[in-house]
Design a binder for this molecule. Structure first.
Ligand code: SF4
Ligand code: SF4
Length: 151
């Protein structure tokens, strides 16, 4: 059995209200970055948590508390969410500090099947910078019903 944890981008999950439905859907269907596990190996999602928020250039280690909250429970692989790999300027530094501090933990750089990157980034910007805060969420983007100011 593969014991898996997922860590997500707080901008996408906290600010844009993503409930990680696509990550979890692809985990169930073994698509995207979950294809790597043998078909007959059961997958056990042990925990899912967002990052600790943008750390500035000075404190990438801020993420370690969040990783620990999952890693303490005999997790074999920690998946960095697709959104984290797509929008986070700290993602490589994160991988470095996680590796240093949790040497036994495999880091997998992704979760669901990647979509077109520029569109995803544009959509995230739209959600985070909308003037009527909270009117649209990541669920609108996932369902393809997100409205842009031009519409
Ligand atoms: S990777 Fe996609 S589905 Fe998963 S938390 Fe990020 S935006 Fe949501
Ligand atoms: S951009 Fe990076 S540090 Fe900022 S909230 Fe997203 S994953 Fe966390």
């Amino acid at each position: 059995m593969a014991r898996i944890g997922i860590i997500t981008c707080a901008n996408c999950t906290q600010d844009a209200n993503c409930a990680a439905v696509v990550c979890l859907g692809d985990l169930r269907k073994r698509r995207g970055f979950f294809e790597r596990y043998p078909k007959d190996e059961p997958l056990d999602l042990v925990g899912l948590i967002s990052c600790a928020g943008c750390p500035t250039l000075a404190a990438a280690e801020k993420i370690l508390r969040r990783v620990k909250a999952i890693a303490d429970f005999k997790v074999h692989a920690l998946h960095l969410s697709y959104c984290m790999t797509a929008v986070c300027p700290f993602v490589h530094k994160y991988q470095e500090v996680i590796k240093e501090n949790f040497p036994g933990l495999e880091i997998v750089p992704g979760t669901h099947k990647p979509g077109p990157l520029p569109e995803f980034r544009r959509g995230v910007k739209e959600l985070l910078c909308q003037t009527l805060a909270g009117t649209q969420t990541m669920a609108d983007m996932i369902r393809g019903t997100i409205k842009t100011p031009q519409e």
